[in-house]
Design a protein around this ligand. Structure first.
Ligand code: SF4
Length: 296
């Protein structure tokens, strides 16, 4: 193993393209070129040497990438990494059998109790609402070992439709973890801030009320606030850049493809391993195969 290390978990935004246009999106701009897949495969192959244990593949919509199964196979089978895929569900539903064998967890979004509100959140394809609800029992049936996280972004558009989601979740599509995300104002969410604005107090109050109901139905609930973003992630962007959140701002600290050792030397100035690992373990409670090596 290299004497230099990277965090145990890396969030990999491998493209900006998406088949939806969510107003709160804080992924990369959709017009960015996809990452270079051969370079990505080489990068993933180097991760075990740097102590990386898990990757979260995200975007954009990763299921638009033809070679996604190969990316995940390389991570899981060759490199023995834990793999999480964050997908809006539309293409994933069609490619389930190609992709699911190489996953530990899938993160799916559902943002409302009603089609009417969900389509204002997940703009571009109203079928997304039903597809995700159908996917969960299908995954349970075909891939019972696959963990399912349901993510809900909470903002001004859907705040009144969050509590009623309990019925939907407890009856039909109970995930292993349901996570509420307070909207964060970066990228598209910054452009659309006025229509999204949700105060800390509103989010806290809503979370408390949902948590009481979730407890009654044994739904595992987690929350992610705007203020918590700092120091919790090391992102890979489609260009290969290493990005952190520092004082609420997305900040580039190097490039994985050009100089991975530079990234490995400085990431710990911006990312706290305890915060990163706690966030990951609460979201995707995977049994670890090895103890955490480092404390930063
Ligand atoms: S939030 Fe996700 S599904 Fe929505 S536009 Fe962004 S990448 Fe696509």
């Amino acid at each position: 193993m290299s004497t230099l290390t990277l965090p145990a978990i890396i969030d990999m935004e491998i493209l900006g393209r998406c088949d939806l246009r969510c107003p709160f999106c804080w992924g990369p701009r959709h017009e960015k070129p996809d990452t270079n897949i051969p370079a990505l495969l080489n990068l993933i192959r180097s991760f075990p040497e740097y102590g990386v244990e898990s990757i979260v593949i995200t975007g954009g919509e990763p299921a638009l990438i033809k070679d996604l199964p190969e990316v995940l196979r390389t991570a899981k089978e060759e490199c023995k990494l834990k793999t999480v895929l964050s997908t809006n569900g539309l293409r994933f539903a069609k490619r389930l059998d190609e992709i699911a064998p190489f996953l530990d967890w899938v993160a799916l979004p559902l943002d409302a109790a009603t089609l009417e509100v969900n389509r204002k959140m997940r703009v571009g394809d109203p079928r997304q609402f039903q597809i995700v609800q159908d996917l969960i029992p299908l995954i349970r049936d075909r891939y019972p070992r696959l963990g399912i996280k349901l993510g809900t972004v909470v903002c001004k558009i859907n705040k009144h439709d969050i509590l009623p989601m309990i019925d939907l979740i407890k009856e039909r599509c109970k995930p292993d973890v349901w996570k509420l995300y307070q909207v964060s104002y970066s990228v598209y969410a910054e452009d659309n801030r006025e229509q999204l604005e949700l105060s800390d107090e509103e989010f806290d109050d809503l979370y408390k009320r949902v948590n009481i109901l979730a407890g009654q139905y044994n739904i595992v609930l987690a929350a992610y606030t705007r203020a918590e973003r700092d120091g919790k992630h090391l992102f890979f962007t489609p260009e290969g850049n290493a990005m952190v959140i520092a004082q609420g701002q997305e900040t580039l600290i190097g490039n994985f493809y050009e100089d991975i050792n530079r990234v490995a030397r400085i990431w710990s100035e911006f990312v706290r391993t305890d915060r990163l690992v706690t966030n990951f373990d609460r979201t995707y409670p995977i049994k670890r195969s090895q103890p955490l090596a480092k404390s930063h």
